[in-house]
Design a protein around this ligand. Structure first.
Ligand code: GDP
Ligand code: MG
Length: 305
C-alpha cells in the first residue's frame, strides 16, 4: 500500500475510500494493509442490516432512511448486497435512479457490493467493507441484503440491528419464517401497508413473537408505506431505541466479540484455502488414484503446515 492511500483515506477523500473498497473486494494486499492500519478507529458507526425478499421495498425504505439521517446531520453509507441479481441489471439501475439525488451530497456514500466475494466469502468481504466505512467516519451504515440464502443470514449477523422487511402481498409469509430469519429480526417492518392484508400479517407476526416468550428486547412491528414515506419516523425512533438497548444491556460489546470471532474464522478459512490451493493439484491426483481420501489429504496438509 502506498502511504498516500492511507493518508487520503484518513483525510476522507471519497475516491480513496472507493479504491480501498475495491481492493478489499478483490482480496488485494493493499486493502488488507489499509484495514489493519485503521483498525483502531472502529466502533463508531451504527450498522443496520435491512433484509427481505426482492421487491419488498428495501431500497425505497433505505432511501427514506437516508433522508431522515441527513436531516439530523448524520453521515450515511449504504451497501447493497444482492446475490440474486449477479448481472445486476434492472434492479440496480432502478436503485441508481432512485438514489441519484444523493450523489451530490458528499456525506452520503452508496455502493453495490461485488457479490462474488474472494476466498473468505461474501459475508466476510462485506464485513471488511463495513469496517472500512466505520473507520472512514460514517455515523450509520445501512446494509441492504436479500433475505434468502445462508450467506445473507451471516451478513445480517454482522449488523448491530437487523430490520426484516415483509409485505402483505408476499403470498406465503411462512416462507420467510421457515428460513430461520425471524429469529434474527430486531425490528419488523410491514412495508406496503397501503396494500390489503397488512393488519393480518401483523397479527401473524405477533402470534409468532408470543411463542418466543419474554425477551429483554421485544421486536416492534412497524406499519410502513415506504413509497409515501409513511412510518419512517417511527422506524427511526425504534432503530434508536434498539441502539440504546444494545448499549445499556451490554449486547453491543457482545456483538463486537461475535463479529471478531467471525472475522477470525473468515481469515482462518481464507488463509488456509490460500495455502491449500498451491498444493491442490498434488492432492487431486492422490485422491483420484485412490491413494488417499479428501479428509486424509487435508489432515496431511495441516501436518505439513
Ligand atoms: N404499494 C407500495 N409499493 C411500494 C412501497 N415501497 C416500495 N414499493 C414499490 O415496490 C417495488 C420494489 O421496491 P424496491 O425498493 O426496489 O424493493 P427491493 O427489491 O426490496 O429493494 C418498487 O416498484 C417500489 O416502488 C410501498 O410502501 N407501497
Ligand atoms: Mg433493492
Amino acid at each position: 500500500m502506498t502511504a498516500s492511500l492511507l493518508d487520503r483515506f484518513l483525510a476522507q477523500d471519497e475516491r480513496a475510500l472507493a479504491r480501498a473498497i475495491s481492493s478489499v473486494e478483490g482480496g488485494r494486499e493493499e486493502g488488507r494493509t489499509l484495514l489493519a492500519a485503521v483498525r483502531q478507529r472502529l466502533g463508531r458507526a451504527r450498522i443496520v442490516g435491512i433484509t427481505g425478499a426482492p421487491g419488498s421495498g428495501k431500497s425505497t425504505l433505505t432511501d427514506k432512511l437516508i433522508e431522515l439521517e441527513r436531516a439530523r446531520d448524520a453521515r450515511v453509507a449504504v451497501i447493497a448486497v444482492d446475490p440474486t441479481s449477479p448481472y445486476s441489471g434492472g434492479a440496480i439501475l432502478g436503485d441508481r435512479i432512485r438514489m441519484m439525488r444523493w450523489y451530490a451530497d458528499d456525506r452520503v456514500f452508496i455502493r453495490s457490493m461485488a457479490t462474488r466475494g474472494h476466498l473468505g466469502g461474501v459475508a466476510a468481504t462485506t464485513l471488511q467493507v463495513l469496517n472500512l466505512l466505520d473507520a472512514y467516519g460514517f455515523d450509520v451504515v445501512f446494509v441492504e441484503t436479500v433475505g434468502v440464502g445462508q450467506s445473507e443470514v451471516e451478513i445480517v449477523q454482522v449488523a448491530d440491528t437487523t430490520v426484516l422487511v415483509l409485505t402483505p402481498n408476499q403470498g406465503d409469509g411462512v416462507q420467510v419464517f421457515k428460513a430461520g430469519i425471524m429469529e434474527i429480526a430486531d425490528l419488523f417492518v410491514i412495508n406496503k401497508f397501503d396494500l390489503p392484508g397488512g393488519p393480518r400479517l401483523k397479527r401473524e407476526i405477533e402470534a409468532l413473537l408470543e411463542l418466543d416468550g419474554a425477551k429483554s428486547w421485544r421486536p416492534p412491528i412497524l406499519e410502513v408505506t415506504a413509497s409515501k414515506g409513511e412510518g419512517i419516523v417511527e422506524l427511526v425512533e425504534q432503530l434508536d431505541a434498539h441502539r440504546s438497548h444494545l448499549v445499556t444491556s451490554g449486547a453491543l460489546t457482545e456483538q463486537r466479540r461475535e463479529r471478531i470471532r467471525f472475522e477470525l474464522r473468515a481469515a482462518l478459512g481464507e488463509q488456509l484455502l490460500q495455502r491449500f490451493i498451491t498444493q491442490e493439484d498434488r492432492f487431486v491426483e492422490a485422491v483420484l488414484a485412490g491413494r488417499i481420501s479428501p479428509e486424509e489429504a487435508v489432515r496431511e496438509l495441516l501436518k505439513e503446515l
